[in-house]
Design a protein around this ligand. Structure first.
Ligand code: GAP
Length: 442
């Protein structure tokens, strides 16, 4: 089957309740989205898979959850106040605004087609500003964080001390970030409010190159392990002025989106830039003391920085498939069971009270272990189709034979093969089939 189009995925996301337009009943707010019941489950599963891989399964990384609003001094020290901007141009003909560095033809307005109509580019700072307290004024100006990373740097010494850490070690954080993007777009790919999954790995400067290589490989492997197709993933090194103000080297993990290759995640060597800057600006010595070597120095930082909302979107695109089954098109989300919003659907063949009653009992066996859905509406074929489209790996059907043989039919999403399984053995059977996909947060 051909690759899914952008419109197909956006339609699926809206139709099945993954993503809704924010403030829809008021006409919507551009580039702001709400995650519906299936979307929030997918997003949580993506974040959970990241946390499990980056924190829980390692002994050299710990977690953190820092505030979204920090002292404005943090953003002065980090360079975001002076350097976190994009070149903004306005078309003097139609007054649309654009990010100059993202325009394919910098002499022609992509909205109205007029040539040489752009104003001089001006630097536009991407941080959202607000005020702390009841009176708005310069004295209480604060910013919504544009990355989660800085809360990690400012807590470096707190975490090192209380967790008694020696280099190398990492601090991980998942949470919301905000950027007043000039050109948000491509659905949830680039939004002004989004979620990041970032880890700052602190190392001796002499070991930074080797950890940089290590994290590039690890991060690519994470997407592959969760089922992303390798021909849709590539690594790309940043060149020259593409590098952020803090980095000496960056590799992007890129995904082949319907509009072309684009960034999923960046892995950067941030050197000692952040700890040095925060030391200079705060007056607190954030150097690390290596007792064995009798040496005091600023650790280097290797940073894998991923977008949770962007990754969830890419997993959705990657998993979407269509095939012809008995002359009709079957849409199926072949998503890894760890990411699937619903792991098992429990479906009575009909609404007859005795079948519905057994269905309830089967559901209560499964619910403590997995995210399940009971669906008693419509014909069974339509219910299977819905579960295929939202990526439910297994459907358990309670039919009339169940009343006699105390067994159910388990249907596989990908092959549509069916197994008859006794209710007594069902939990063990599903646990084998759904290896490694417990309830979110379990
Ligand atoms: N701390 C480094 C940092 O923030 P970044 O490359 O600017 O680096 C990391 O952001 C990741 O965050 C990106 O690779 C992307 O997945 C996600 N991201 C950044 N801006 C985004 C936006 N406007 N909307 C959605 N995701 C975004």
């Amino acid at each position: 089957m051909p690759e899914p189009t952008f419109a197909t995925i956006v339609n699926l996301a809206k139709k099945r309740g993954f993503v809704f337009q924010a403030s829809e009943i008021y006409g919507g707010l551009r580039s702001a989205y709400d995650y519906g019941p299936l979307g929030v489950a997918l997003l949580r599963n993506v974040k959970e898979a990241w946390w499990r891989s980056m924190v829980r399964s390692r002994d050299d990384v710990v977690g953190l959850d820092s505030a979204i609003i920090q002292s404005p001094l943090v953003w002065e020290a980090s360079g975001h106040v002076s350097q976190f901007h994009d070149p903004l141009v306005e078309c003097t003909s139609c007054h649309s605004r654009h990010r100059l560095d993202k325009l394919e033809d910098q002499s022609r307005c992509p909205k109205c087609g007029t040539r040489e109509s752009f104003t001089e580019a001006r630097d536009f700072n991407l941080m959202f500003r607000t005020h702390m307290g009841p009176v708005a004024g310069e004295g209480n100006l604060v910013y919504l964080r544009p990355e989660t990373a800085q809360g990690i740097f400012t807590n470096f010494e707190n975490v090192r001390r209380v967790m008694r850490r020696k280099l190398p070690f990492g601090i991980a954080q998942v949470g919301k970030s905000f950027r007043n993007e000039i050109t948000p777009g491509q659905f949830v790919f680039r939004t002004r409010e989004f979620e990041q999954m970032e880890m700052e790995f602190f190392t001796h400067p002499d070991e930074a190159d080797q950890w940089f290589e290590y994290w590039i490989d690890e991060r690519r492997a994470w997407y592959l392990d969760l089922g992303m197709r390798s021909d849709n993933l590539r690594l790309r090194s940043h060149q020259g002025d593409e590098l952020a103000h803090y980095a000496v080297g960056t590799y992007d993990v890129e995904y082949r989106f319907p509009w072309g290759w684009d960034e999923l995640e960046g892995i950067a060597n941030r050197t000692d830039f952040d700890l040095r800057m925060h030391s200079e600006h705060s007056g607190k010595d954030l150097r690390y003391f290596d007792q064995a070597a009798g040496e005091r120095f600023y650790p280097y930082v290797i940073e894998p920085a991923a977008g949770a909302t962007r990754a969830a979107f890419a997993f959705l695109i990657d998993a979407y498939d269509e095939e012809i089954v008995r002359g009709a098109t079957r849409a199926v989300l072949r998503i890894d069971s760890r990411l699937a919003p619903i792991k098992v659907a429990v479906l009575p063949l009909s609404r007859k009270p005795d079948l519905v009653e057994v269905t309830g009992r089967v559901a209560s066996l499964l619910r403590p272990r997995w995210d399940i859905e009971v669906d008693v509406t419509q014909a069974i074929g339509r219910r299977y189709r819905r579960q295929d489209e939202i990526g439910t790996p297994l459907c358990v059907t309670v039919d009339f034979r169940t009343l006699d043989d105390r067994a159910v039919t388990v249907r596989d999403r990908d092959t549509m093969a069916q197994d008859r399984v006794s209710i007594d053995r069902l939990v063990g059977y599903l646990a084998d089939r759904l290896a490694d996909s417990p309830r979110t947060g379990a």
